[in-house]
Design a protein around this ligand. Structure first.
Ligand code: 5AD
Ligand code: SF4
Length: 375
């Protein structure tokens, strides 16, 4: 049996796909890059913006044609990840060629689900969210052979008002540090030099664990592992950046001098509506402390334009802040209403044209900033 997997979305999704590929290989499946060649199509999905979902549904439409053309009635189509979790049975209605949906807490069961889908020929929906499960890739299923992702937590408790993640990835659960360290030591033993610690909100690591440990402590433990040359991590929430973490970043020389901690907006009014838990001046205070302690630190952000209620002056404040901070890297998005989030109840009152104009404007602004920084 050959499996083709297509992944949409963030690094967490790419890492989940690596883990699922590892499991499937252990169960004797072969992975193929050529979807025409596959018996099973797996799509790992993203729900963060509508655009990401539209891409998945359009791909599922293409698969239907492929299925018909090849007359391969035995070819199985599975949808996994955030959209599977969000839309559940609804996926079968919109894409009747889909055979199974597997939510974010059930990846470890994928080999079993595929087997049942082949044998039973009935549609399968596995989307309970009882327990966060950590599945690691195998050495051969890892995409990058010198830099490795290691998951340290799953889910998110922040409930930013626009964001679907806490609903589809569930509540935040930290992984025991001994499991993380064991995995990293195995990776180092296999020759990996660069590790990226992954989580939706890595700097709140440690809550709910038996051991009293926070993210700075974890960084120190990882730093002690011999033969690691570089440690990175994503993503951090501004409200959880402590002085202890800033000191750890300053002192641990193998930790990359790059911090991605999304600002989202430069307007206090919008930050409040977004439920971000900080004001612009608190954010700027962290930036100042970071730069004072670590002068060569590079900063990265995510920005959403066109959030409900965003007036020209709010947007201007975001632009001003971007100019002032001079981020080394910025990912910028138009607000996309997500059903089920609290912001969905707010009137999406910024017109599509204004969202588009603001996005273009801020992308151009950031281009100038990064050109200036490169000089
Ligand atoms: N609309 C637009 N962008 C969003 N993000 C999260 N939810 C939405 C949404 N509904 C962005 C945020 C987040 C990044 C991963 O995606 O900027 O930091
Ligand atoms: Fe979404 Fe906010 Fe959690 Fe990031 S911190 S995943 S934006 S809810």
């Amino acid at each position: 049996m050959k499996i083709h997997i297509k992944t949409f979305g963030c690094q967490m999704n790419k890492h989940d796909s690596e883990a699922v590929v590892g499991l499937l290989m252990e169960h004797g499946y072969e992975i193929t890059e050529n979807r025409n060649d596959a018996n099973v199509f797996l799509v790992n999905t993203c729900s963060v913006r509508k655009h990401a979902e539209d891409k998945v549904y359009s791909m599922l439409g293409e698969l239907r044609k492929l299925k018909k053309k090849k007359n391969r009635i035995d070819s199985i189509v599975g949808v996994m990840g955030c959209m599977a979790q969000k839309d559940k049975n609804g996926i079968f209605k919109r894409a009747p060629n889909v055979d199974f949906v597997c939510g974010t807490h059930n990846f470890h069961k994928i080999p079993e689900i595929i087997k049942s889908a082949i044998e039973q020929k009935t549609k399968i929906n596995l989307t309970d969210m009882d327990k966060q499960v950590f599945v690691s890739p195998t050495l051969s299923s890892r995409e990058n052979k010198s830099a490795a992702w290691v998951s340290i937590m799953r889910g998110c408790n922040n409930f930013c008002s626009y964001c679907i993640v806490p609903y589809v990835r569930g509540r935040e659960v930290s992984r025991p540090s001994k499991d993380i360290i064991r995995e990293i030591k195995e990776l180092v033993h296999a020759g990996y030099k660069e590790i990226t610690l992954l989580g939706q909100n890595v700097n709140s690591y440690g809550k709910g664990l038996n051991k009293n440990i926070d993210f700075s402590d974890l960084l120190e433990l990882v730093h002690e592992i011999k033969d690691i040359e570089r440690i990175q991590f994503v993503t951090s929430h501004p409200k959880d950046i402590s002085l202890k973490l800033i000191n750890a970043l300053a002192n641990l020389e193998k930790v990359s001098r790059y911090l991605h901690f999304p600002l989202q907006s430069g307007s206090d009014k919008i930050l409040r509506l977004m439920n971000r838990g900080y004001t612009l001046s608190q954010y700027l205070d962290i930036v100042n402390k970071l730069r004072k302690r670590i002068p060569d630190i590079r900063l990265g952000t995510d920005i959403i334009v066109g959030f409900p209620g965003e007036k020209e002056e709010d947007f201007d404040q975001t632009c001003q802040t971007m100019k002032e901070i001079e981020f080394a890297q910025a990912y910028m998005f138009k607000y996309s209403p997500r059903d089920g989030t609290t912001a969905f109840k707010l009137k999406d009152d910024v017109t599509p044209q204004v969202k588009k104009d603001r996005l273009n404007k801020i992308i151009n602004l950031q281009k100038l900033v990064s050109q200036k920084k490169k000089k």
